[in-house]
Design a protein around this ligand. Structure first.
Ligand SMILES: Cc1ncc(COP(=O)(O)O)c(C=O)c1O
Length: 456
């Protein structure tokens, strides 16, 4: 096999990349005059590209005189250009690249910094075989021929309904679920169906939610994230994260849940419950979903972003009946729905018990890391909420938080400021995610952060 590797993330077309690397191999003497190249079909199979890519590269190099095609026999390195002896040894070695089969790591640009963010969950490498099995099953399954059920794959909705009942106390039928392309897609489906008027979003709160509200031309009202809300004013909806307030971490107490639902009833508004990471309580069982209290008043949004990966782009919406009907008819007309391959893969992951294993193993990792973060940070800052999920939030004066963020950045780690999530509340500090890094990276990041802080 030729020692070449192609990178789909580079802007350069694959045939041009392949031609450049074969040229380099000839120049380096790795390929000598008269050497026979693999057939375009075999090379394409080895590299995992279409035959058009290899044929295109061979044609180009033949046209340039590097290669020659011998009728009925194959493609060979042409005589005139073989000049390996003139190429310095170092250059020769630097052109050697590994086979794509073993080049699994991310492109360099994605590895520059490690992100200690709230959006990168732990992915247990021991679960990779199950993950690959699910996708093999997708590839072996015939997709629906036309636009399918706008609510999403029926078998997936069945599995989700069972899971919501089991883990979130939500007693739903599968036809009450709409599979979405994630929480934000669910929110964007709801927004055009609401009465005219502003939408209250927690402050500090999920930036994607506030931004989505604005995109739909609605005013964002700041909903204090840790206070009892008894009045929604003229808001037509309130977007909240009751199981684990994002990013302060508080669990909304039962009395506050009831007060908010009551306020929504009086304002004829809907509560939009973003239940993004409730599986990740380490001390107690997850708090039941707020939607269990009033299914006619609360629209429930779930996501696979934390329990699987955000790039799957899958979530689920259980809306009050009138909203459900309106969302569904608009999604039918606009062909908005989650991509079938992702839905089919999630179905297998649920059926195989993969998702339960993934949640258990991530929960174990978070339960071990959260106290490590707390031990490092507590001499310098105040914890904003109980330890849960894959991040913790630390209150600090803004200058100290910025100093710590900058020190982390210099050490190669990206950490978010609490002020990035705050609007009128003006809360400041650091939001430290610990799902997407290794233990060693976490320790190094914490060392950088705490070195920039002063003990209180
Ligand atoms: C508060 C909150 N909700 C929801 C999500 C997931 O959104 P989506 O399902 O659109 O990826 C995230 C992801 O980071 C989040 O932080």
């Amino acid at each position: 096999m030729l020692p070449v590797t192609l990178d789909r993330n580079r802007g350069e077309p694959l045939p041009a990349q392949l031609a450049a690397q074969i040229r380099a191999l000839v120049l380096a003497g790795t390929l000598g005059t008269g050497d026979r190249l693999p057939s375009s079909r075999a090379l394409a199979a080895d590299l995992g590209v279409s035959r058009a890519v290899t044929e295109h590269a061979f044609d180009q190099l033949t046209a340039e005189g590097w290669l020659e095609a011998r009728r009925g026999s194959g493609t060979y390195v042409a005589a005139a250009h073989t000049s390996g002896a003139t190429v310095p040894e170092a250059t020769s070695r630097s052109t050697r690249v590994t086979s794509p089969r073993f080049a699994r790591s991310l492109p360099r640009s994605a590895r520059v910094t490690s992100r200690l963010d709230t959006g990168t969950p732990f992915f247990d490498p021991r679960l990779e075989p199950g993950w690959r099995r699910a996708w093999r099953e997708v590839s072996a399954t015939t997709p629906p021929r036309g636009y399918d059920d706008p609510r999403g794959l029926p078998e997936l909705r069945e599995a989700l309904a069972a899971r919501l009942g089991r883990s979130r106390g939500l007693d739903v039928r599968s036809d009450e679920i709409i599979v979405t392309a994630g929480t934000t897609d669910g929110l964007r489906a709801l927004l055009p169906e609401l009465r005219r008027g502003p939408v209250a979003v927690e402050d500090p709160g999920y930036r994607a939610a506030a931004e989505s509200v604005r995109i739909f031309g609605r005013e964002v009202i700041d909903l204090p994230a840790v206070e009892t809300v008894c009045d929604l004013g003229d808001a037509v909806a309130a977007y909240v994260t009751p199981a684990h307030q994002h990013p302060l971490g508080r669990v909304m107490p039962a009395a506050d849940r009831l007060a908010l639902i009551d306020a929504a009833r009086r304002a004829e508004a809907v509560v939009i419950e973003d239940d993004y990471d409730s599986e990740f309580r380490y001390d107690v069982a997850p708090v039941p979903a707020m939607a269990t209290l009033d299914r006619d008043r609360v629209a429930y949004l779930g996501t696979a972003a934390k329990s699987v990966v955000p790039t799957l782009r899958l979530g689920w919406l259980v809306a009050p009946p009138d909203l459900h009907e309106r969302v569904l008819s608009r999604r039918t007309i606009t062909h908005s729905g989650a991509a079938w391959p992702s839905q089919r893969a999630l179905l297998t992951l649920l059926r195989d018990g993969w998702l339960d294993r993934a949640v258990r193993s991530a929960r174990r990792v978070y339960a071990e890391r959260a106290p490590r973060v707390a031990e490092a940070m507590s001499p310098y800052a105040t914890l904003a909420g109980p330890l849960a999920g894959m991040y913790s939030t630390w209150l600090l004066p803004e200058p100290a938080a910025v100093r710590a963020r900058d020190a982390a950045r210099t050490a190669g780690f990206e950490i978010n400021l609490l002020s990035d999530y705050a609007r009128a509340s003006g809360l400041t500090g650091l939001v430290i995610g610990f799902g997407g890094v290794s233990d060693a990276e976490l320790d190094a990041a914490l060392a950088a952060v705490t070195a920039a802080l002063v003990r209180t």
